[in-house]
Design a binder for this molecule. Sequence first.
Ligand SMILES: Cc1ncc(COP(=O)(O)O)c(C=O)c1O
Length: 379
Amino acid sequence: MIYLDNSATTKPHPEVLKSFQQVSSSFFANPSSIHQLGGETEKLLYTSKQQAATLLNVHEDEIIFTSGGTEGNNIAIKGIALQHQARGKHIITTEIEHPSVYEACKSLESLGFDVTYLPVSQDGVISVSDVEQAIRPDTILISIMHVNNEIGSIQPIEEIGQIAKKHPKLLFHVDYVQGLGKVPLVLADSGIDLCTMSGHKIHGLKGTGILYRRRGIKLFPLFHGGDQEYKIRSGTENLAGAVAFVKALRLIKERERLEISTLQQLHQQLRQELQKIDEILINTPKDSAPHIMNFSIPGLKPEVMIHTLGKQGIFISTKSACSSKDLDESRIIKACGYSQDRSKSALRVSLSYDNTQEEINALVVQLKEALTQLKEVME
Ligand SMILES: Cc1ncc(COP(=O)(O)O)c(C=O)c1O
């Protein structure tokens, strides 16, 4: 099997699974229970928070364990909107956000909030001056993703953070789900107030994640209950999941430090090989994240290629936008200004540190072969 769909999800690392199992069987007590077992569990939860904070270079009380990216994004966006609506109802985001941000913003529009969706260039990047110009006296939140999940473009988060700092009443949220472990992002003193991360994109487990919330930032909770996680995320803590997330975070940070250039080379090799194929148009910009390569084969339904490659044990993906009027069309590729032919035929290869040159070679061989076979369908 050649797995090249790592932006959808990654294979859990064996060490992560081991941690989850050990904690699940030895520390199963409820951290809120006042007996000794509960106390031990609570201590481990605190230790996990400290470890996550150290790895991210933030304070431990800025870490909120969540069930992943969708939850983190919703807690951040709706939490800010509901908490600060008296101050203003304007939100700034982009046209290329993941549905967990895009649809959260759409839902707020239905509640009377006003949302500005910033456009992107053909490279899938917003302009910093557009952000600056969009800010109004009633703007309460800017929510911008770091790495785009379909095309891998990277937004100028550092510069936007500097703008946000000049507007202390406005809060800045970053969806860091795709960038974590592949493209560094500094949180402390960056102007970022909230940042979402997800475990299953970094060889951790589904149902795990972190929301970074800078000290002092108030959020209206989406869940009410037992007041766990600083009253922001009530519900008995998933301690085994939290420990597993921290293990995955430690491991991916190590690989980022040691193997990032290998991943970049693999990405470059893939780009060069794809560029040689006449039928292929590459949608991923040059300065992208090193794990995502998006390309179109105009005239070919992407599912057909996915199934043809799947029969050879090679797994890649497509990303069709659920929110687009035309279900086959990618909202992201369309926002980059490409034709419908191109936005309807996009495929995504997404790498992990486990992929090899041989796997990329095999993909290219099979892609070419599939194209020869499928030529008739295209014509
Ligand atoms: C950029 C981005 N944000 C958020 C999410 C949602 O994360 P999760 O699957 O952990 O809910 C994803 C998942 O694909 C993503 O790519």
